[in-house]
Design a protein around this ligand. Structure first.
Ligand code: GUN
Ligand code: ZN
Length: 434
């Protein structure tokens, strides 16, 4: 096979550690005039352009960008594919929002043609926004996951998804049974888990929509296959938390329900966690579980403010989630814009380098994929972005005033969105061109 070595020259920035642990200056690497070299879908070198170019054959193909920044692809640790068509549903908080808008919208995925159409739209939207890896909820219908994985496989994307398990407290047209959810999930695991860069996530929607029998079988699936993911929701909304207490009076609290059914672990990602207590954070950290912080959703559904400093105190893995369609943007730049405000409202700060970490390496760590994605380290997948400093007239003008990469980065996260993403590369292939 011919060697497909390519080089990309621009400003280059990536996170290499958590600023909360090592301090801001040691958390990133920045090359003002950098070179990124890729070979057969992986990154083979990164460094100052002048040094690296001298070591490469003179006929290597170099793409040179002006006024642009190369970063790792963004990682969305919580998003719902079948809610693509209902972003911006007016007026309700979580439980009424689910009944009024979400369940009817997800029911359309009983139709395979609809599932295929939305999978295509959804993947295009991820890539337009610079998201190269996502942890994705399907609907209760297995075909929502089949059509997503088929489309992701064609583009050789690194993606994680699962069929929702939901056998109570939802309309009949949208429920499975404990037994059918087990059988259907198992068939999807056999078909997709570990195929190319795809992974499967066992996906009980949240405690209120699963019987104890279904939660038991979710735990059983996790014990039957290595490296499976688990995704669900936790402590998003106060009414939801009260409901969980009524449904599971024998358990100590919301997290204890999942703990009892053996759903915590290193590949378990819990969305929201807005109202977690100190002990629950400690237990999540102890089991290596992660939280998906979903600021646009938490604002839009009036859920509350995620306490990132508390998570940091416990050394808990945190990634960023858009939570489409409770969330209002596919853009992790816009999600970070809102994350900053969540911290401001709690008298705390979110530095641009912590933000970059959350959208890239932090997400990769939450998914236990930091040896493959989330940085631009040689040997990792060539999943990266070219961000355009001149994407809009205001961004262009504003960035001309910026005096440091910290300021540039912060403005990109405040004013940036899908228009900022000039190109998206996955496994070294161009998968989106603005
Ligand atoms: N809790 C249970 N299901 C959902 C969902 O679809 N979205 C959000 N934001 N929370 C949930
Ligand atoms: Zn969600």
């Amino acid at each position: 096979m011919p060697l497909t070595r390519k080089a990309y020259r621009a400003a280059i920035l990536h996170s290499i550690a958590d600023p909360a642990v090592v301090g801001i200056e040691a958390s990133y690497e920045y090359f003002e005039d950098g070179l990124l070299v890729t070979e057969n879908g992986q990154i083979s070198a990164i460094g100052p352009a002048c040094e690296l170019l001298a070591s490469l054959p003179s006929d290597i193909q170099v793409t040179h960008y002006q006024d642009a920044l190369i970063t790792p692809g963004f990682i969305d640790t919580h998003i719902h594919l079948p809610q693509t068509g209902m972003v911006g549903a007016y007026g309700e908080q979580l439980l009424d929002w689910l009944n009024t808008y979400t369940f009817p919208c997800e029911s359309q995925f009983a139709d395979k043609a609809h599932a295929e159409e939305v999978a295509g739209i959804f993947i295009k939207e991820l890539l337009r926004n610079g998201t190269t890896t996502a942890l994705v909820f399907g609907s209760v219908h297995p075909q929502s996951v089949d059509s997503f994985f088929e489309a992701a496989r064609t583009l050789d994307l690194r993606m994680i998804a699962g069929k929702v398990m939901m056998d109570r407290n939802a309309p009949d047209y949208l429920t499975d049974t404990a037994e059918s959810s087990y059988v259907d999930s198992k068939a999807l695991i056999e078909r997709w888990h570990g195929k190319g860069r795809l992974h499967y996530a066992v996906t009980p929607r949240f405690a209120p929509t699963s019987t104890p029998e279904q939660l038991t079988l979710a735990g059983q699936l996790l014990s039957e296959y290595p490296d499976l993911y688990m995704q669900t929701h936790i402590s998003e909304n106060l009414q939801e938390i009260e409901w969980v207490k009524e449904l599971f009076p024998e358990r100590k609290g919301y997290l204890d329900v999942y703990d009892h059914y053996k759903l915590l672990g290193e590949r378990s990602v819990f969305a929201h966690g807005v109202h977690l207590c100190d002990d629950e954070c400690a237990r999540l950290a102890e089991t290596g579980s992660a939280i998906a912080f979903c600021p646009t959703s938490n604002f839009f559904l009036g859920s509350g403010l995620f306490n990132l400093p508390m998570a940091e105190k416990h050394n808990l893995n945190v990634g960023l989630g858009t939570d489409i369609g409770g969330g209002t943007s596919f853009s992790l730049l816009q999600t970070l814009n809102e994350a900053y405000k969540v911290m401001q409202l709690q008298g705390a700060r979110l530095s641009p380098f912590k933000s970059l970490y959350l959208a890239t390496l932090g997400g990769a760590r939450a998914l236990r994929l930091e040896d493959k994605i989330g940085t631009l380290q040689p040997g990792t997948d060539a999943d990266f972005l070219v961000l355009d400093y001149n994407a809009t007239p205001l961004l262009s003008y504003r960035l001309k005033q910026a005096k440091s990469i910290a300021e540039t980065l912060f403005v990109l996260m405040t004013l940036g969105d899908d228009r900022t993403v000039l190109q998206t590369y996955a496994a070294g292939n161009l998968v989106h061109q603005r």
